[in-house]
Design a protein around this ligand. Structure first.
Ligand SMILES: [Cu+2]
Length: 276
């Protein structure tokens, strides 16, 4: 296990190192292929290369009959992780355990002494009727988050353990994506004046720094599912699909250890979430 980067829960992240790396990346001009805008644009405005929900994707309305949501976002995070650690070797993408807590303080404080907190917001490019600015979020009530152990029917949410218990990849991916969508909406929220937060919209979600920690959690849940149901457990016709624009195929991203990282297994509340 030596040489693996261990992605921490967000409460245990090296916050100064992350602020340093994200701050530098946010300072690069958008045309720089290390820049915040460049990386966020891969997912949203104006490239939309991301895969969401089975049978639709990537962007541009093409119809497919398979679901690359989890592999595509794993390739995306692995690629961005290299950019981040290039800026500061101690900056490691964290995962946000939204079953344990809402937006952590380190990601909520809007300003630092030197300027905007690079974990609280990120720069956006000029978009139609939406000039370049920093991202906004209006998160919901922390009591309205999914639970590891209990379903929340009033919120339309299954428990995470129930979802991890689904033996078929396609079912697991689809149910996990529903929770993922809910967290996007919860995080983005809506201001009193009816302005929607950026995390709630595919066009702008990846410009919000919390996007990466949310997808860290999603990726970690897939990893926990793989520990339970098998690393290579996925429809075999997916294996050679290329996760464009990345050079990875689905096969390349199945084993996170081969990608050079691992997940810390305990949450902030001290509950071990590894399946027995
Ligand atoms: Cu997402």
């Amino acid at each position: 296990m030596t040489g693996l980067v261990v992605r921490p829960e967000i409460a245990h992240a090296n916050v100064p190192a992350l602020q340093d790396a994200y701050g530098k990346i946010q300072g690069f001009t958008p045309r720089d292929n290390r820049s915040w805008v460049y990386w966020a644009e891969v997912h949203g405005f104006d490239r939309y290369d991301c895969w969401h929900h089975s049978r639709v994707g990537p962007g541009r309305g093409t119809q497919f009959t398979f679901d690359l949501f989890l592999p595509w976002h794993r390739a995306y995070l692995a690629s961005f992780d290299h950019v981040v650690r290039e800026q500061n070797p101690d900056a490691v993408l964290p995962w946000w355990d939204w079953t344990a807590h809402g937006v952590p303080q380190s990601y909520a404080v809007p300003e630092l002494p030197g300027g905007p907190n690079p974990l609280a917001s990120g720069p956006t490019p000029d978009m139609p009727q939406d000039p370049a600015r920093r991202t906004r979020r209006f998160p919901g009530d922390p009591t309205e988050l999914p639970s590891m152990t209990s379903a929340r029917p009033e919120l339309g949410l299954q428990s995470i353990n129930d979802i991890l218990g689904m033996s078929q990849f396609v079912d697991f991916s689809s149910q996990l994506q529903n929770v993922h969508d809910y967290i996007h909406g919860w995080t983005g929220g809506m201001s009193d004046r009816g302005v929607g937060g950026d995390m709630g919209v595919i066009a702008t979600s990846a410009f919000d720094p919390l996007f990466w920690a949310h997808h860290g959690m999603i990726d970690r849940l897939w990893y926990l599912w793989q520990l339970k149901w098998g690393v290579n457990n996925l429809p075999q016709e997916y294996l050679d699909k290329v996760l464009a624009p990345f050079a990875y195929t689905v096969r390349d991203v199945l084993d996170i250890h081969a990608l050079g990282y691992e997940y810390a297994l305990t949450t902030t509340v001290g509950v071990t979430t590894t399946p027995a």
